[in-house]
Design a protein around this ligand. Sequence first.
Ligand SMILES: [Mg+2]
Length: 334
Amino acid sequence: MRVLPTLHQWLEHNLSTLDAIIFDIDGVLQVKGSAARGSRRLIEMLRRKNFPFYLLTNDGDHSTEEKADVLNNSGLCVSPDEIVSCADGLAGLFGSLEQQYPDGSSEKKDASDNGHALMGTTNNESPIVTDTSRDFHINRYSKQFLHKLSDTPFFIMGCLGTPCFAQKAGLKTTRNLQKIDICQGIIVGERNYDWEKTINAAVNFFIRYPEAPLIVPNPDEYYPGQNGQLCIGAGGVAGFMVQILKSYGITIEPLYLGKPFSPIFKKTHELLEKKYGKTIPLDRILMVGDYINSDIKGAKDFGCRSAIVLTGVTTIEMLQKSEIIPDMVFEILG
Ligand SMILES: [Mg+2]
């Protein structure tokens, strides 16, 4: 596998083959709490040329304002509107579903007073068989999401940034466990909540309402914490709940928004075309990341070109064993 020295050098000769670049943040632009070597110069070069770029993150428990502050403190000057978070997908999700069902009146008639669509089983019925087709998903979730305009809240596990991404998307929210039964679904955030009580309540909620949506902005099962220790991510918590429910005979399919899933890429592509006022073909977008199963898989699935930098979670040995191969490999950014 050919490893090129720096992305910056490659871009100096090949920028005309691209229309936009999307960067992962942690492990790429920021390494161990500091701006990655060459990151500042690279971003300055792109700005100078007015070359389209965005920063992407699966960090759903920090608002883009908070994330920009962290980057600014690490020495990389970035504004919040240059960052797309996995939790930004919440707004896009509702938008697309409402477009598909602009009226929604017939859907609403099917819903019960507490906000749950009457499609699932009760405790006494057989476990549901989940159709994994895309149409079924859209149809099923739309029944829930059409309640957006009502006062029916979503239950939020943990933190979703300050300001909260769910509220930014126009959703009513609550973290009050006493109110979980009036919620139309659950959104999994991270950090600072009573896991035992909340996970117990959430699992029992899905036993009662197996058709309610489980929305997971950050699909990552874990992430690197301080001093290299591993921290359990929202994807890990969601997977844990799904596994328990599966053992109980109930299949729940979380709706993931972050990399490698498409909502975060769709949102970024839309923003790129809107901000720069031109059509940008997917195969002229380069995703630069450090995580094979998230950044590179997501980019390839979405149709973008991909480059990995070996400054984050992936080593050359891991890459050589991987079935997912990026288009390019760089030692460092610049
Ligand atoms: Mg990363």
